[in-house]
Design a binder for this molecule. Sequence first.
Ligand SMILES: [Mg+2]
Length: 434
Amino acid sequence: MNEIVITEVTVIDLRFPTSRESIGSDAVNKDPDYSAAYCTLETNSGLEGYGLTFTLGRGTELCVMAIEYLSRFVKGRTLDSLTENMAAFCRQLTDESQFRWLGPEKGVIHLAAGALINAVWDLYARAEKKPLWKLLAELESEQILSAVEFRYIDDALSRAEAGEILKEAKRGRAERLSLLQREGYPAYTTSVGWYGFSDERIRELCRKALADGWTSFKLKVGGDAKDDLRRGRLVREEIGWTNKLMVDANQRWGVEEAIRHTRELAELDLWWMEEPTSPDDILGHARIRKEVSPARIATGEHCHNRVMFKQLFQAKAIDVCQIDSCRVAGVNENLAILLMAAKYKVPVCPHAGGVGLCEYVQHLAIFDYLCVSGSMENRVIEYVDHLHEHFSIRYGFDEEGICCRRWRDTASKSVRIRSTAIAIPMERCGKANS
Ligand SMILES: [Mg+2]
């Protein structure tokens, strides 16, 4: 018997005092302490699976408690019993008959489900001795489809349509993998433009990022309109006009304010305006998009679940779909969103501006490129360089293929991402990242 049995689930409340230096700050979240509710699945085999959900500090303990509650659905079970029907396992977490009342499929309980589901996928990948992206890419289409919960979205994307998308994306996959291994996946940096940074610091960080090869930059806006424009001009002075600039208002405005402010920033030649208004306002996003065209509208990091993404696509409310690896119910729900985005032809540029998220989203973006959208056009992964020193990337097996975290492509002078495994906090492994 070599069955892997999950014997224990431990959850830690992991917090970093990033607010001291305004790292991660934006117009709405002015003093975030980047944090994670971090869970570890222990097994009888010595293998462990790791999963997290991202928070801004206070409230992490609620996520920890929710993960501890949901851990009853994995503890004592074999890995096979979870992975043989992933959609059924997810539904156990998201559809628990009393706990469900707290959501459903939103808020603290959904963050907790995301952490636990991702931990199961991480364990699955480690058991198969593959990075997650490779595990996903090598699954049969039927296995991918059986991991997707089509309930509530099959009016927009049927299982048959999703199967066709996967089938279509098989063409040219080997060439795309080879290109990915050679050139990586394009990324952009948010680290230069946090809201609480001084002008001098923004200038200095832009210069450093340019020297490091970055070609796409994001600036936090949402303050006084004139000041936003001044800071945007400052970034343009540093990065020039051939590099890309995106701005992020982090839900700061009402719909009409958002239209006004986005138009006022038009001279900055924005690649996208992110989260201009409430993340719940689907029709508001649709109106903003229509009235500020050709400015592109991005959102998704605060989108509760696949149903909201479905409506954003149906309402033609966004130009850029920003999945988050653990806001929704982990890998499974993101598979549903990637497939819907492919059907509606909306590029996916994952959100990763929080601790641990940069590691996660690489796998999803690479899977999207290899097996779903088949395209890198208008697609970039978010990257922030804070807090990586607190994590160690260890597979426990030889890495193969795509294996670096971030590297400079000297030919194109841009920064690209190669995939790693899901990170382990140093306090668990007692070893600095090499
Ligand atoms: Mg954002």
